[in-house]
Design a protein around this ligand. Structure first.
Ligand code: C2E
Ligand code: CA
Ligand code: CA
Ligand code: CA
Length: 279
């Protein structure tokens, strides 16, 4: 059995070593990827449930690794957070969004708000607001076109400091969404003290909304309280007509999901907002 255990350990170490090795490689690759333009952005529209028109669009980062092909942000964003690369990555995104918005404005497209996912690490940096204004100023893009999505995790930090930072950002004309709402540790009583515009109910509550009465109850409660706080509610990950009709009945404000639109390439997104202009 001692031998068996030893083999087990060897096996375990081998797995661990390859995992560590893969992580290390990815870390290095992430750094290179930013310099070599391996990243690009896609845009997923969010629809107003009353007017059925696109209200805003969420920017989602995509990475095509030269050897491994497409890698999900669900994999590389946490890696970037662990390795300290996230501020650079978020900054890359801010800059890429600013550049893209400038192109759209130059082409006289009517832009819906463009939402950007931001790691709490980047938001909490002391120089964040300065970086943000500098980036959009450099491309001459007014900040009212921009929205930031912050996950609930950020909110467990020092409340007074977060309030101040959020207020400064909103004073610039930027809107703020609380992302993945319901999955973290924040409560609506905490949200009540924060200057934010929207909350996005996490997809995990929407998935079984038509089958699981508990999930429906949670969604109803979030919508009711958000209305009381005069926050708009977004439901993420809407995939079926059934989910959509329930959300409509519950007076959810905004919906996002594959049923309405997948994340779109720049070209496809342009034709969507162009079409909207014609109508
Ligand atoms: P998130 O912010 O919660 O983004 C929503 C995710 O759900 C996206 O996955 C989107 O493609 C996916 N999604 C939208 N509608 C549906 C649907 O109907 N069904 C299903 N199954 N999925 C749907 P994605 O693009 O893989 O992004 C994953 C996460 O990576 C994001 O979660 C966000 O936390 C992070 N992320 C993505 N882009 C960025 C970025 O530019 N910066 C930062 N810091 N994080 C990012
Ligand atoms: Ca998001
Ligand atoms: Ca989300
Ligand atoms: Ca998420």
């Amino acid at each position: 059995t001692a031998k068996k255990r030893e083999q087990g350990w060897l096996y375990f170490n081998q797995i661990r070593d390859t995992q560590v090795k893969q992580k290390m490689e990815l870390w290095q690759d992430l750094s290179i990827a930013m310099e070599q333009d391996q990243f690009y952005l896609v845009f997923q529209p969010l629809f107003d449930l009353e007017s059925n028109t696109p209200l805003s669009a969420e920017t989602l980062l995509r990475w095509t690794h030269p050897e491994h092909g497409p890698i999900s942000p669900a994999t590389f964003v946490p890696l970037a957070e662990q390795s300290g690369l996230i501020s650079r990555l978020d900054h890359w995104v801010l800059n890429a969004v600013a550049r893209q918005c400038r192109l759209w404005l130059d082409n006289e497209l009517t832009l819906p708000r463009i939402a950007i996912n931001l790691s709490g690490i980047s938001f909490l940096r002391n120089d964040f607001e300065q970086r943000l204004t500098n980036t959009f100023k450099a491309h001459n893009v007014p900040l009212h076109h921009i929205e930031l999505e912050l996950t609930e995790g950020v909110l467990i930090e020092d409340l007074a400091r977060i309030q101040e930072k959020l207020q400064r950002v909103r004073d610039m004309g930027i809107s703020v969404s609380i992302d993945d709402f319901g999955t973290g540790y924040s409560s609506l009583s905490r949200i009540k003290n924060l200057p934010v515009d929207h909350i996005k109910i996490d997809k995990s509550f929407i998935d079984d909304i038509d089958k699981n009465p508990q999930d429906l109850k949670i969604v109803q409660a979030i919508i009711l309280m958000a209305q009381g706080l005069q926050l708009k509610v977004v439901a993420e990950g809407v995939e079926t007509e059934k989910q959509l009709s329930i959300l409509r009945e519950e007076h959810c404000d905004v919906v996002q999901g594959y049923l309405l639109s997948r994340p779109l390439s720049v070209e496809d997104f342009e034709s969507l907002i162009d079409e909207d202009l014609i109508i």
